[in-house]
Design a protein around this ligand. Structure first.
Ligand SMILES: CC(C)(COP(=O)(O)OP(=O)(O)OC[C@H]1O[C@@H](n2cnc3c(N)ncnc32)[C@H](O)[C@@H]1OP(=O)(O)O)[C@@H](O)C(=O)NCCC(=O)NCCS
Length: 147
């Protein structure tokens, strides 16, 4: 069954929140914060046979986009779905004439770091002890977009 990538709508919110709560390593956001992102149009979801199996969300600001979260449901991992979500997001940022996409990730999150590096993101810095529970450094990544 093919995976479809599309923009999220407000009706997707229960499935997005449920997926996020079950994804270890995902950032945890409130429903209001997701609603705001959906309204500003930068949440993409992956769907297979009508089941929401992944999402990515980003925020635009000052010519740069920031990825706020990306998660794939446990039963769908390692099937290239996060890759597809990222490959769909990057042209959206280019269309909006963003100069770069930024993000931060826990140092130990090797799955996410592998995903970002595969998409061409480069490590550009570190924020010591940025995360709590457990305390951990954030690694900063940037993807520069050609004008
Ligand atoms: C990170 C995450 C979104 C990847 O989703 P996915 O659909 O399984 O990823 P893909 O199958 O598209 O894999 C893309 C690349 O990511 C990397 N990757 C994914 N899972 C990995 C793992 N368990 N270990 C190491 N690298 C991994 C690999 O480089 C992979 O490319 P490859 O398959 O050619 O080796 C998923 O593991 C997840 O939801 N994690 C929990 C939430 C999270 O940590 N989000 C990041 C918040 S900053």
């Amino acid at each position: 069954m093919p995976v479809v990538i599309r923009s999220a709508v407000l009706n997707d919110m229960p499935a997005i929140l449920a997926l996020e709560q079950q994804a270890p390593g995902a950032a945890h956001w409130t429903r209001d914060q997701y609603n705001q992102l959906v309204s500003s149009g930068i949440v993409l979801v992956a769907e297979e046979a009508g089941q929401l199996c992944g999402f990515v969300c980003a925020q635009a600001g000052a010519g740069e986009w920031e990825i706020e979260n990306v998660a794939v449901a446990a039963a769908f991992l390692r099937r290239g779905i996060a890759n597809e979500l990222m490959r769909a997001l990057i042209p959206c940022a280019k269309n909006e004439v963003a100069s770069a996409i930024l993000l931060e990730v826990r140092e130990s999150n090797l799955a996410a770091r592998g995903l970002y590096e595969k998409q061409g993101f480069r490590e550009v810095g570190r924020r010591p002890a940025y995360y709590k529970n457990p305390a951990e450094d954030a690694i900063l990544y940037t993807l520069r977009l050609q004008p």
